[in-house]
Each structure stands twice: as structure tokens, then as C-alpha cells.
Design a protein around this ligand. Structure first.
Ligand SMILES: [Zn+2]
Length: 340
């Protein structure tokens, strides 16, 4: 009994498998305490031997069982610990770090390029008046050019504003009047900003689109200054091998008016849905500022002249990265933006 009690208390206190194995040897081994005791059975009177023998067997069984039990708790602890353990040799997980949207990246680049040739950047309201968006730009109320600018009008029912006077600007050109009214020539300004039109959305059109407006007014500004500026900026942005094409066109606020086309990078000029199979993408309406606009802002149109342009920023970003759909730029799927 003494052996059993001391063995059990030692087994309970055992702290690992090795200790248990030593205990097993200490009590049940060939020269273990219990084994030796059993060997001394010869000293016991014959009639008592079966009783002592049975007791010894029971003690042996109890010790073996408690060793087994203790061993299983060790194994259990070991397996749970393995599950919860931290593998300090495993590779770390790289945390996701955000970056600027490709539109912002290109916009910053454009602003830098223009700053390098003496332009200043200005900002203006997206909710605009009919006056600055149309009237001052030589587009009076009855002008057919208004039909081409699918205008979104603000609901002014419960205000003192005349209906139709407040709109979402359809072009960043609205800033020409706002700036020129305040600043005397010479001036060189760019206005990056968002515009809104009631447009059918497709691969190359959106109801919300970015433009970088630019205008320069000084004495003796000529059409060739416009061509030179546009050529310099687009080559800086798109690379030297980019092909440009200028075509005459008509906008009420410029005379003459010019449309700038860039060779389609999506199809390398072969023709695709993005460039409407022409191989060219219209990137920038431009022209010499109409004398009526110069007069409307209080300039002497006999003394000064100027050019203006509006870079279609969303389309330019598409062309730069050979993306065949404008809508990809606002797609919330992070796998698209992660590529930039
Ligand atoms: Zn194309």
C-alpha cells in the first residue's frame, strides 16, 4: 500500500513523459520497488502468499493505469499546443499598401509638365451657372452647339434662381471666364476637373469625365504655339513615338477650332471599338480663343490673342495603359487597380 501511494503521488507530480518512464522503471522495472517486494513474497507464510500476490498485482495494475492516464494527458496537451503554436520560421504576410489611382498619377504628371512650361493650376466649381458654362463662351441661349452638350440642370424650383440657370458644368472651359475676368494677360492656366453630361455610357464615353482645361493669352499668341504646346505635352506623357493628328473643327468659343487625335494605343492603329475602328482617338478639342470670348471678359481682342484646349483625361489614361474601356477606371474590382 505504501508503494502504491508513493507511486501515485509521484505520477501525479510528473511533469513530462521522460519522468513517467523513469517512474515506471523505478516501480515496475526488473529491480523496481514493486518487483523487489513481490520477490520477497517467499518470506511471507504460505497461506498468506495468494493474498499478498493478488495485492501486488492490483498495485501493479493501478500504477500502470495511472501512468497510462498521465501519459495521455501529456499527449493531449502536446497536440493542442501544436495546433496553437506560432511558426516563427514562416514567411511574413506582406501588408496591403494603397497607392494613387492611375487617374491621379497621370493628373499629377500633367500638372508637373505644364508647370515646367510656365502654366499655373486653378480649381473651380462643378456646379456652374449657365453664364460661365455657355454665355461667356460665345454660346448664347439659342445656339445649336448647346444641343451637343447634354446638360444636367439642377432643380431650382424652391429657390430664387431662374430655372435653367444652374447646371453641372459640361466642360472645364467654364473656368476660362472665371479666371480671365480676374487676371489680366499674359496668363497661362490649366484647370483639371470633372464634368458631367447626360450621356449614354459606353467604352469611350461616361456621364462623368475628367478634363484638363488649358488656356494661354498674351500678345502675338498664334495657332503654331498651340500645336507646339500640345505636341510637347503629349510626347512627354505618351512617349516620343506617339502619333498626333490635328483636324479642323468648329466650336463656338474658338476660331479656328482644332481637334487633336492620338494614334490608338489599344489597337496600335489597326482599329478597335475604343477608337471606333478609326485607329485614332479624339483626345483634345482646342483652338484659338474666339474674339467674342476675349471681349466678354474685358480683354482687348485687337491687342491680345490666345489659345485654349481641353485634354480628355479619362480617355488619355485609357490610352496610356492600353485599356479598352473607360469604365475599367471606376470599376471597384481591386485586381484592376492593383496593377498600377
Ligand atoms: Zn483602337
Amino acid at each position: 500500500m505504501q508503494i502504491k501511494n508513493s507511486a501515485l503521488s509521484l505520477i501525479i507530480d510528473a511533469s513530462d513523459q521522460k519522468e513517467l518512464e523513469e517512474l515506471k522503471l523505478q516501480f515496475l522495472g526488473r529491480s523496481g520497488k514493486l518487483t523487489l517486494t513481490v520477490k520477497e513474497i517467499v518470506k511471507v507464510p504460505i497461506e498468506k502468499r495468494p493474498e499478498v500476490g493478488q495485492l501486488a498485482n492490483e498495485v501493479k495494475k493501478v500504477i500502470e493505469e495511472s501512468i497510462e492516464n498521465k501519459l495521455s494527458t501529456f499527449n493531449f496537451q502536446l497536440s493542442t499546443r501544436r495546433k496553437e503554436s506560432i511558426d516563427t520560421t514562416a514567411h511574413g504576410i506582406k501588408p496591403d499598401i494603397g497607392h494613387l489611382h492611375p487617374m491621379t498619377q497621370v493628373l499629377y504628371e500633367i500638372v508637373d509638365i505644364f508647370k515646367g512650361i510656365g502654366f499655373q493650376a486653378a480649381d473651380g466649381p462643378e456646379i456652374e451657372t449657365d453664364h460661365y458654362n455657355f454665355e461667356i463662351l460665345n454660346i448664347p441661349k439659342d445656339h445649336p452647339a448647346r444641343d451637343t452638350q447634354q446638360t444636367l440642370y439642377l432643380d431650382t424650383q424652391n429657390s430664387k434662381v431662374t430655372p435653367g440657370e444652374v447646371i453641372l458644368r459640361t466642360q472645364t472651359s467654364s473656368m476660362q471666364g472665371r479666371v480671365m475676368e480676374k487676371v489680366k494677360p499674359p496668363l497661362r492656366v490649366i484647370v483639371p476637373g470633372k464634368n458631367f453630361r447626360y450621356e449614354q455610357v459606353d467604352a469611350s464615353h461616361g456621364f462623368e469625365f475628367w478634363q484638363v482645361e488649358g488656356f494661354m493669352v498674351d500678345e502675338n499668341v498664334r495657332l503654331t504655339d498651340l500645336f507646339g504646346t500640345v505636341d510637347y505635352v503629349l510626347r512627354k506623357l505618351m512617349g516620343d513615338d506617339v502619333k498626333l493628328k490635328f483636324a479642323t473643327t468648329n466650336f463656338p468659343f474658338v476660331e479656328p477650332g482644332v481637334d487633336t487625335y492620338i494614334s490608338c494605343t489599344v489597337c496600335k492603329g489597326r482599329g478597335c471599338s475604343f477608337c471606333k475602328l478609326s485607329g485614332w482617338s479624339e483626345i483634345m478639342p482646342a483652338g484659338m480663343i474666339h474674339p467674342n470670348v476675349l471681349k466678354a471678359v474685358g480683354y482687348d481682342s485687337q491687342k491680345v490673342s490666345g489659345f485654349a484646349f481641353a485634354i480628355g483625361l479619362s480617355r488619355l489614361v485609357n490610352l496610356r495603359y492600353q485599356m479598352d474601356d473607360l469604365r475599367l477606371l471606376t470599376n471597384p474590382d481591386m485586381r484592376i487597380m492593383e496593377q498600377f
